[in-house]
Design a protein around this ligand. Structure first.
Ligand code: COA
Length: 182
C-alpha cells in the first residue's frame, strides 16, 4: 500500500455554539462536544483509510474549560498513528470568542478508529508518511500512550481480582460515603 501523508487527511470542523447546545448553566453540554469530536475523527480517519470506519476507543477527554454560547469551536483532527486497521486521531479543540478575539484551547483528545471493509471486517489502512519532526513525535507518543494504557489495564485487572472488600473498608473512612445499615 502507498503511504499517505498526515496532511492529506487533516480535517477541521468549525461550528457556532448555539443556545440549544447549552445546559441549564448556560455552558455547552459535554455531549455536544463529544459528538463533534467523533464526527471530525470519522472524517479524518475515513479520508486516510479510504473506507468506512468505526470509533473503538476514546482517550484523554477532559473538559476543564467551559465553552460559552456564541463561541466558535474549531476541532482540528489529524492521524497521529496507524496500526494495521486502527488509526489514532488526535483532536485539538479551540473555542474562540469572535468579539474579543480571544481563543482558548479546551482539550486535546485521542480517538482510536478502525477501518472496516464491505463485510464489516477490520481492513488494512495505508501506512503513514511522516513528513516532519512533529509527525514523528506524535506517532511515537501514540505508541507510548498505548503501552501505558495496556499496562494500566493489566495492573487494574490484577488489582480488581485481588481486591478484598473487608481488607479495604478502612479506605472508605476518608471518603464522603456512608455504609447503609442492613
Ligand atoms: C473493535 C473491533 C473493530 C475489533 O474487531 P475484531 O474483529 O476483534 O478485530 P481485531 O482484534 O483484529 O482488532 C482490529 C483493530 O482494532 C484494535 N482494537 C481492538 N480493540 C481495541 C481497543 N479497545 N482499543 C484500541 N484499539 C483496539 C486492534 O488493536 C486492531 O488494530 P490493528 O489492526 O491496527 O492491529 C470490533 O469489535 C467492532 O467493530 N466494535 C464496534 C465498534 C463500533 O461499532 N463503534 C461505534 C460505537 S457506537
Amino acid at each position: 500500500m502507498t503511504p499517505k501523508s498526515v496532511a492529506s487527511s487533516q480535517t477541521t470542523i468549525t461550528e457556532l455554539m448555539i443556545p440549544s447546545y447549552a445546559n441549564f448553566g448556560g455552558k455547552i453540554h459535554g455531549g455536544i462536544l463529544l459528538s463533534l469530536m467523533d464526527k471530525v475523527a470519522y472524517a479524518c480517519a475515513s479520508k486516510h483509510a479510504g473506507t468506512y470506519v468505526v470509533t473503538v476507543s476514546v482517550d484523554g477527554v477532559n473538559f476543564l474549560q467551559a465553552i460559552e454560547v456564541g463561541e466558535l469551536v474549531s476541532l482540528h483532527a489529524s492521524v497521529n498513528y496507524v496500526g494495521r486497521s486502527s488509526m489514532v486521531i488526535g483532536i485539538r479543540v479551540i473555542a474562540e470568542n469572535v468579539r474579543s478575539g480571544t481563543q482558548k484551547h479546551t482539550n486535546t483528545s485521542y480517538f482510536t478508529m478502525v477501518a472496516k471493509d464491505d463485510d464489516g471486517k477490520p481492513t488494512a489502512v495505508p501506512p503513514l508518511l511522516l513528513d516532519s519532526k512533529e509527525d514523528i513525535r506524535r506517532f511515537l507518543e501514540a505508541i507510548k500512550r498505548r503501552e501505558l494504557k495496556n499496562l494500566y489495564a493489566d495492573e487494574f485487572d490484577n488489582e480488581k481480582t485481588r481486591l478484598s472488600v473487608e481488607e479495604n473498608l478502612h479506605l472508605l473512612e476518608k471518603e464522603r460515603c456512608v455504609i447503609a445499615q442492613r
